[in-house]
Design a binder for this molecule. Sequence first.
Ligand SMILES: Cc1cc2nc3c(=O)[nH]c(=O)nc-3n(C[C@H](O)[C@H](O)[C@H](O)COP(=O)(O)OP(=O)(O)OC[C@H]3O[C@@H](n4cnc5c(N)ncnc54)[C@H](O)[C@@H]3O)c2cc1C
Length: 529
Amino acid sequence: MWGPLMQMNRRAFLAGTLAAAASTTAVLRAPRAAAAPGRIPLTRDSRRVVVIGSGFGGGVTALRLARAGVPVLVLERGIRWPTGPNAHTFPGITSLDERASWMNSGLFFDLPTPSRRFTGLLERVQGSGMAIMCAAGVGGGSLVYQGMSLQPSAEVFAATFPAGLDYAHLDRVYYPRVARMLGLATAPDELIRSAPYAAARLFARNARAAGYRVEKVPMPIDWSYALRELHGEMRPSYTNGDCALGVNNGGKHTVDVTYLARAEATGLVEVAPLHQVVDIARDGDAWTVRVERIDTGGVVQEVKLITARTLVLAAGSANTTRLLVRAAGRGQIDDLPDGLGSGWGSNGDQIYTWTDLTESFGAPQGGPVIYSSKDWSDPAKATTVIQASVPPLPGNDRTTMLVGYGVSSGRGVFRYDARQDEALLDFPGDADAGVAGRIHERLTRIAGPASLLLNTSTLDTTTWHPLGGACMGPVCDLDGRVHGQRGLYVLDGALMPGTTAACNPSMTIAAIAERALDNLVRHDVDSVI
Ligand SMILES: Cc1cc2nc3c(=O)[nH]c(=O)nc-3n(C[C@H](O)[C@H](O)[C@H](O)COP(=O)(O)OP(=O)(O)OC[C@H]3O[C@@H](n4cnc5c(N)ncnc54)[C@H](O)[C@@H]3O)c2cc1C
C-alpha cells in the first residue's frame, strides 16, 4: 500500500515541533509516501482547532464550531470532487480507473489496482479476517456512499448504544436536523415505474410476498436529476447505475456541498485537501500533527507540523483508530484509555449477487437504492436488507445486488505492531456468523427458489461500514472527549459501539456529532476549545 513507514520516535517528533529547521532531517527521515526530488520544505503552524478528516464527523464539527465563532482548520488527505450536469468527475462503475482507488490500495481481494497511484476514492485497509473500505476526498464517505439514510428505532438503539444517550432527544432534534441538512427524500413513483428500476420493483414485490415490510429509503438526493435523465435532458448517471462511486450529474447532497460549504461560507473554516496526517502527538498542553502535503500521485511536497489547542479526530473509524493506536504504541500520547482499539465492528455487512433464473432485472439498472426491508422485531437480532444496482453484464440481465447489515455481536481489535510500526486490525473469522446467518435466511426467502444467491463476503470479507475503535464509554465520553486527554476529541465512526443499530451509519454518526457539538459549544468552547 504505502511505502516504508516513517521511523520517527517521540523525541524526534517533538524536536521537529519545537526546534527550528535544524531538526528537519530527523523529522523527515523515511517519509511514508514517495518524496518529491530535492529538499522537502518543513513548515510550522499553530491553530486553535485542527480537525482531521472531512466526512460526516468532520463536516458537522467544522460547521458547528464555526457557527460558534471558532476558527477551524480541516485537514483532508483526498481531493475535491466537483459535480454538475454532464460532469465526468467520478469514475463510471463500468470504466474503473485510478480515480477509484486510494494509492493503489486495492478494491478486491487485497490486490493492487492496475493503475497509477492516485488520491482516489477508496482505500482498502486490510486486517486479519476483514478488509475495510474507507473513503477519501473532501466530503469523506458521502462522496461514494449510496446515500441510504436510515434512523434506528428506539428499541434497537437502546439495545446497542449506551444508556446515557437519550434517544428521544436524538429523535426530536438531531436526526431531523441531519435530515434537513442533507435534504433527504425518497424516490418518486414516476422514476420507480420506469424501465431502469425493474430490479427495485422485483425486490419489493418478492420481499412483500415473503411476508416482509418494504419501505422507500430516505436518500440525500434531489430526484429531479434522475427524472431529467429519464427525459433525456442529462447524460445518465443515476438511471444507468453509474453512480456507485459518485454521482457525476450532481443532485446528491454530499457533505462537501452541505455541511462543509456552509462551514466555509462562515469565513472561519479552511479546508485543506491533499493534506495527509501521518502522526499525532501530545505537546504539553497542546497537540501536534505531522502532515504531509501531497500531490495527486501521493508524492510529498511539503511537511507541516501544526500545533493546536484542540484536536478533533474525524478520519473515519479505521483511520482515526489507527492514528490513535499508533500514537499510543509509539509513546507519543501517554495514558490513552485501555479500551482504545477494541470494540471495532463491521455492522454485519453482507454483499450478495442475486441471479433470478426466470425474470429479467433489465439493463441498465437504475440506482443508487430505492427500497429497504427491515426486520427489527427482535432488537438484538435486527437486520435490514436492500437491493442496489449492478452495471450491465454482457449477456446477463438477470443479476442484481442485495446487501444486508444488522446488529452484530462480534468485535475486533486494532493493536500496535512495532515491527511494522502500524496499527493492525484483528477480526475473529466467525465474529459476524450470527448476523450473516440471519441475513442469509431473509435473502433466501426474498430471492425465492428460482434464484441463485452468492454471498461475495465469503469470498472477500469486506465492510463498507467500519464502526468503533475509540468507542463512547471505554475511550470517550458521549460527546467525544477522550478520557483523560484535555482538548482531544473523536467525532466520527470510531466513536460508535461497533454497530449503528441495523442501519447504515451516516445518519447516526452525524446525529451523534450534532448532539455532541451542541454540548461542546455550550461547555468546552472558550474553556478547552
Ligand atoms: C461504497 C460505500 C457505500 C456506502 N454506503 C452507505 C450508505 O448508503 N449509507 C450510509 O449511511 N453509509 C454508507 N457508507 C458508509 C459511510 O460512508 C460511512 O459510515 C461514513 O462516511 C463515515 O463517516 P465518518 O465521519 O466516520 O468518516 P468518513 O466519512 O469516512 O470521513 C473520513 C475522512 O477522513 C479522511 N482521512 C482519513 N485519514 C486521514 C488522514 N490521515 N489525514 C487526513 N485525512 C484523513 C478521509 O479521506 C475521509 O475523507 C458507505 C461506505 C462506502 C465505502
